[in-house]
Design a protein around this ligand. Structure first.
Ligand SMILES: CCCCC/C=C\C/C=C\C/C=C\C/C=C\CCCC(=O)SCCNC(=O)CCNC(=O)[C@H](O)C(C)(C)COP(=O)(O)OP(=O)(O)OC[C@H]1O[C@@H](n2cnc3c(N)ncnc32)[C@H](O)[C@@H]1OP(=O)(O)O
Length: 215
C-alpha cells in the first residue's frame, strides 16, 4: 500500500499515536451518533420502540447525506489524501461507523498497541467477540505494525488461533509487532488479551506490494 510519509519507529523513536482518534468535529460526532444508533437498534425493545418512525427518519438522514455526496472517485481521492493516517477504515476510522474505533500507538520497542472495549454489534457467541471481528482488528493492527516498522505490504496469509473466548464489555489490549523481513516477505505477529490473558493470537505473512492511492 502507498502510505505516504507514515511515521515509523525510526522517525519517532519515543513512540507516537498512529491512528486518528475521534475529534470534536461534525463528521466525527455524526459518526459516533451512527455507532450509537447501531447499538441502540440491537438493544431496543422490538415490540415497544416506534421502529416504523425510526426507519423513516434514518432513511431521511441517508437521503440528505446522499444528496451531498460527490462522485465516489472524488471521495476516494479525498479519503486517501492524508499522510498515512486513514479516517475511513473499518478498524480505526473515526469516520467509519462500523469501526469501534481502535486507536493504535506505535511504541518505542517497535510494537503497536491499543485498548478497546467491544459491545453488542461485535458479538459472536453469547457475550463474546465474533471471531471474524478479532481477525479484522488483528489484520489491521499487523498492517499498522508493519508501517510503524517501516516496511509494509498486503496480507497474504493470516493464521488465527483462538485460545479462549474474547469477552465483550471488557477492556481488550490489541498488539502487533513485525518479526522479520525476508525480501518481499514480511512476518508479523499480534494478539488480543483480556485481563492479561491471551484470547487470540495471529501470525501474518505480508507481501511488499504497492497499491497506488487514487488520484
Ligand atoms: C484498510 C486499509 C487502510 C490503509 C491504512 C493506511 C494508512 C494507515 C496507517 C497505517 C496503516 C498501515 C497499514 C494498513 C493496515 C491494514 C491493511 C489491511 C491489510 C489488508 O486488508 S490487505 C487486503 C487483503 N489482501 C489482499 O487482498 C492480497 C491479495 N493478494 C495479492 O494481491 C497477491 O497475491 C500478493 C500481493 C499477496 C502476492 O502477489 P505478488 O504477485 O505480488 O507476489 P508473488 O506471487 O510474486 O510472490 C512473491 C513471493 O511471495 C510468496 N507468496 C505470495 N503469496 C503468498 C501466499 N498467499 N502465501 C505464501 N506465500 C506467498 C510467493 O510464493 C513468492 O515467494 P518466492 O519469492 O519465495 O517464490
Amino acid at each position: 500500500m502507498d502510505l505516504g510519509n507514515h511515521p515509523t519507529v525510526e522517525s519517532h523513536s519515543d513512540g507516537t499515536v498512529l491512528t486518528s482518534a475521534p475529534q470534536d468535529t461534525p463528521v466525527d460526532r455524526a459518526t459516533a451518533a451512527a455507532r450509537r444508533v447501531l447499538e441502540a437498534l440491537l438493544l431496543t425493545d422490538r415490540a415497544n420502540a416506534n421502529l416504523e418512525r425510526v426507519a423513516e427518519e434514518l432513511n431521511g438522514i441517508a437521503e440528505h447525506l446522499e444528496q451531498h455526496a460527490p462522485e465516489v472517485r472524488e471521495r476516494m481521492v479525498d479519503m486517501w489524501s492524508g499522510e498515512g493516517v486513514t479516517r475511513h477504515d473499518p478498524v480505526t476510522g473515526p469516520e467509519n461507523a462500523i469501526a469501534p474505533p481502535l486507536v493504535l500507538a506505535g511504541m518505542a520497542d517497535g510494537s503497536v498497541r491499543g485498548e478497546v472495549t467491544l459491545t453488542i454489534p461485535y458479538q459472536g457467541p453469547p457475550g463474546c467477540v465474533h471471531g471474524g471481528v478479532s481477525a479484522l482488528l488483528l489484520d489491521h493492527t499487523l498492517g499498522v505494525a508493519n508501517a510503524w516498522a517501516g516496511k509494509d505490504g498486503m496480507t497474504a496469509q493470516l493464521n488465527v488461533r483462538y485460545h479462549r473466548p474474547t469477552p465483550l464489555f471488557r477492556p481488550l489490549t490489541v498488539q502487533g509487532r513485525q518479526e522479520s523481513v525476508d525480501g518481499r516477505k514480511i512476518h508479523t505477529i499480534g494478539s488480543i488479551t483480556a485481563d492479561g490473558e491471551v484470547c487470540v493470537s495471529v501470525e501474518g505473512l505480508f507481501i511488499d506490494k504497492k497499491v497506488p492511492r487514487p488520484r
